[in-house]
Design a protein around this ligand. Structure first.
Ligand SMILES: [Zn+2]
Ligand SMILES: [Zn+2]
Length: 326
C-alpha cells in the first residue's frame, strides 16, 4: 500500500464525519435562531433583542459550564473522531442487509410475482417497513437498557447527565454507542428483506433517498433537539414524535419518571406499550440519576469515571450480585 493509498483510505473513512460537520456549519445558525425563537416563545422575553442575547438564550452559560456538560462534549468529540463513520456505515448497511436477505429467500424459495406495480407504493412500503422496524427495535433496546440490570450499567452514564445540551446526545458509553446502535439497523434490515421477498420486489433507489433524508432529519431535528435544555412541547403530537420535553423527562431523577418515554424517534411506541408519560402543566424535575450520585458524588463527572465506572459496577454486580441503582 502506497502512502497515497493510505491517505486516501483515511479521507474515505472520515468523509461521513466531515459531511456531518459541514452540515452543522450550515445548520448551526439556523439551529441557534430556532432555539432562540423557541426560548422567546416559551419564557416571555425580557432582554433587548441582540445577537448576543439570542446566543445566550440558545446556549446559556450555566448549561455548558459544569463537569457533566464537559464530559458530554469531550466524549462526543472522541466518538465523532474515532468511530462515528462506522455507525453511518452500519446504518446504510441495514439496507444492504435487506437486499441480501431478500435475495437469499428468492434464491431459496423462487421468485414471487410482484404484489405492487406503482413506484409510489413500492417506495412507501419499503421506506415505512425499514423506518418503522428500525425505530421499533431502537425503542425496545432502549427500554431493555432500563429494565435489564446488566444492560443498565452501560446505559446509566447517559443518565448521570446533570444538564442537557445538544452534546448530551453523544453522552453514550462507547460500548453502548458501537454495540447497541448497530442492532436496530441489522434487525430492521433483515425484517425489510423478508418483506421484500414477500412482496416480490427489490430495493428501490427512491427508498434509499427517503431513508437517507429521514435519517438526517431525525438526527438534526428530533435527536439533537431532544437534548436541548428547553421543555419544548409539540402539543398533541407528543404522543407520536419525540418532542424535547418528552426526552427531557426521560432524564428526570424523580422515581415516578424512571423508565418512561423510551422513544428514539416515535413516541407512538411508548403510547402503544404503556411507557408514555405526558408532563403535567407546570410539572418540573431535576436531571440526573439519583440524589446519592449527584454533584461531587457523580461517578461520571470525569472522562475516566465515565469510561471505567460502568466496568467496575458491572464487575461488582457479577461478583457480589450488587445491582446498580435504580
Ligand atoms: Zn434512557
Ligand atoms: Zn438522552
Amino acid at each position: 500500500m502506497t502512502m497515497y493509498e493510505i491517505w486516501d483510505s483515511i479521507v474515505a473513512f472520515y468523509e461521513p464525519t466531515l459531511e456531518i460537520i459541514s452540515l452543522w456549519a450550515w445548520g448551526l445558525p439556523l439551529f441557534v435562531s430556532v432555539l432562540a425563537v423557541m426560548f422567546i416563545i416559551s419564557q416571555k422575553w425580557q432582554s433587548p433583542l441582540t445577537l448576543r442575547s439570542l446566543t445566550n438564550a440558545a446556549f446559556p452559560k450555566e448549561q455548558y459550564d459544569n463537569p457533566s456538560s464537559r464530559v458530554d462534549m469531550w466524549n462526543g468529540i472522541i466518538l465523532l473522531m474515532l468511530g462515528f463513520p462506522l455507525v453511518g456505515v452500519f446504518a446504510v448497511n441495514g439496507i444492504a442487509i435487506a437486499d441480501n436477505v431478500g435475495a437469499y429467500f428468492t434464491a431459496e424459495f423462487g421468485v414471487r410475482a410482484p404484489l405492487m406495480t406503482s413506484t409510489w407504493l413500492i417506495v412507501s412500503v419499503q421506506f415505512l417497513t425499514y423506518f418503522l422496524s428500525v425505530d421499533f427495535v431502537g425503542y425496545w433496546i432502549h427500554r431493555w437498557c432500563h429494565t435489564n440490570a446488566l444492560m443498565w450499567h452501560l446505559h446509566k452514564p447517559h443518565h448521570t447527565a446533570e444538564t442537557l445540551t445538544p452534546w448530551t446526545l453523544f453522552r453514550q458509553h462507547p460500548i453502548e454507542f458501537f454495540g447497541l446502535n448497530i442492532i436496530p439497523a441489522v434487525v430492521g434490515g433483515a425484517f425489510t428483506g423478508v418483506v421484500l421477498y414477500a412482496t416480490g420486489s427489490q430495493i428501490h433507489p427512491g427508498m434509499v433517498v427517503a431513508v437517507t433524508t429521514t435519517a438526517y432529519i431525525c438526527f438534526f431535528v428530533i435527536d439533537v433537539f431532544s437534548h436541548v435544555h428547553l421543555p419544548i412541547s409539540y402539543g398533541w403530537m407528543n404522543r407520536i414524535v419525540l418532542a424535547p420535553v418528552m426526552h427531557n423527562l426521560h432524564h428526570s431523577m424523580e422515581p415516578h419518571h424512571w423508565d418512561k418515554n423510551n422513544a428514539v424517534v416515535l413516541t407512538l411506541w411508548d403510547w402503544m406499550f404503556g411507557t408514555l408519560y405526558l408532563p403535567k402543566k407546570g410539572e418540573s424535575w431535576r436531571w440526573g440519576c439519583n440524589d446519592e450520585e449527584y454533584g461531587a458524588n457523580n461517578p461520571h463527572n470525569t472522562l475516566r469515571g465515565f469510561y471505567i465506572d460502568p466496568f467496575k459496577t458491572l464487575w461488582r454486580h457479577l461478583k457480589d450480585g450488587q445491582s446498580p441503582n435504580p
